[in-house]
Design a protein around this ligand. Structure first.
Ligand code: SAM
Ligand code: SF4
Length: 324
């Protein structure tokens, strides 16, 4: 559907859980006692199916499964199989920390989930542990395993924290060797994200360029998101940048979010949201729910205002509660 500002909205980030087995310092840092929802507050498989069906009726055709860690859901396979029955949903993709990926490789292959984003902020074992509280070798192992399938399209997402040129070059070489797309995501001041020194995409591009030569913005689009890709003269692969802070892309934003308790969030930066789970539980008529969803999406804010003043409806939750 088209929103108030003429943007075509066809993409949803659907959070399956707020739970996670890692403790990324900018999302769910160790020792901060995250507040998790109760089991009954989380969307059931049937509620997820109904919400996806409603969304498909107003033009959503692509769903990114996220979390928390989406692969922690014991009924993950049931969720995917149910969504797959909706004809108008053309594309289901996944974003994961990779820790439980091995268990699901065959299922993802069989069900045809080809696009998988894996969060991997550093290839230094010590730094990776400092960021996530987990072992790097397990993630690298599963990436290499999944690459053998020659089916999956893997992207590595890096949120840079105090990143060195050496770390960047290790990530670039790893991506090139394994024919994986690499993307740098600017840290957003959400949750604990505002406690870190901001590193812009331009800073990263300059660091990459020192070793890998002149750069040029690519016209190619890889995926459904806001990443802009750059080529470097000494690199075969292009590198992606998601620059929500330094190069705001709200004018072309095509996405909405559904939290794991069934609230629709038209923009990451605003906390007000429509509670679809509640409407389903109250027995509201399907057409009326679809209409409410459509009008909420229509009113999607023009842009985020992370760079401006804090305002009444500023989102205060952490990414694990929203889905990234
Ligand atoms: N657990 C999965 C994962 O890590 O990929 C999915 C959920 S996670 C919240 C989704 C993405 O949000 C990850 O790539 C993570 O690095 C990113 N993220 C979390 N907090 C962020 C922040 N403050 N700014 C930018 N990206 C953030
Ligand atoms: Fe978990 Fe993903 Fe948040 Fe890291 S970024 S704590 S893996 S939800």
């Amino acid at each position: 559907m088209i929103d108030n500002f003429g943007r075509k909205i066809n993409y949803v980030r659907l959070s399956l859980t707020d739970r996670c087995n890692l403790n990324c310092v900018y999302c769910m840092p160790k020792g901060q006692s995250p507040v998790f929802l109760q089991k009954e507050e989380i969307l059931s498989v049937d509620e997820i199916y109904r919400i996806c069906l409603y969304l498909s009726k107003i033009g959503i055709d692509t769903i990114k499964l996220t979390g928390g860690e989406p692969l922690l859901r014991e009924d993950f396979e049931d969720v995917v199989k149910k969504i797959k029955t909706i004809d108008k949903i053309k594309n289901i993709t996944l974003t994961t920390n990779g820790t439980r990926l091995e268990k699901y490789i065959d299922f993802l292959y069989d069900v045809g989930i080809q696009n998988i984003n894996i969060s991997l902020d550093s290839l230094s074992p010590q730094k990776y542990r400092e960021i996530t509280n987990f072992r790097l070798d397990k993630i690298v192992e599963v990436i290499k395993k999944i690459k053998k399938y020659d089916f999956f399209r893997i992207k590595i997402n890096v949120v840079p924290i105090d990143i060195s040129e050496e770390e960047i070059s290790d990530l670039v070489d790893f991506a090139q060797e394994n024919e994986i797309k690499l993307r740098f995501i600017e840290m957003m001041p959400i949750g604990y994200g505002n406690q870190f020194k901001f590193i812009s995409s331009d800073d990263i591009i300059s660091m990459i360029s020192k070793k890998y030569g002149e750069y040029k913005r690519s016209e190619k689009i890889h995926g459904n998101g806001p990443a802009v890709y750059f080529s470097f003269s000494k690199l075969k692969t292009e590198i992606g940048f998601i620059s929500a802070m330094s190069h705001m892309f709200c004018d072309s934003c095509n996405r909405i979010r559904i939290t794991c308790d069934g609230k629709i969030k038209p923009c990451l930066n605003y906390d007000y949201s429509l509670d679809i789970k509640k409407m389903i539980q109250q027995g509201v008529d399907d057409d009326a729910i679809v209409e409410k969803i459509a009008s909420t999406i229509y009113d999607k804010p023009k842009s985020h205002s992370f760079l401006g003043e804090f305002f009444e409806n500023s989102e205060q939750k952490s990414m694990y509660q929203i889905g990234g």
